[in-house]
Design a protein around this ligand. Sequence first.
Ligand SMILES: [Zn+2]
Length: 86
Amino acid sequence: MFGPLLELKQQQHKLLGRFKNCQRCELRFQEKLENCPYCAHLDETGLAELLHKKEKMYRSRRELGIWFFLSSSIIIALLLLFNRLF
Ligand SMILES: [Zn+2]
């Protein structure tokens, strides 16, 4: 059942290659690249801006996760309530 999925995953892995974490900005990039495409061309100020953007993106994703959790909890609570009423 998972055979075709595994083959697809292996093909994707061959196509993209392995990834490594950048020592400087901690973003992931393809191992076959010599320098990090995100921060190699940046000076210290540019790197600080990139890290700030990364942090902001991380926070907004976390907030989105919290909102999804809260809204799904409310929906489940309403469903349970209506189930008891009718
Ligand atoms: Zn980097």
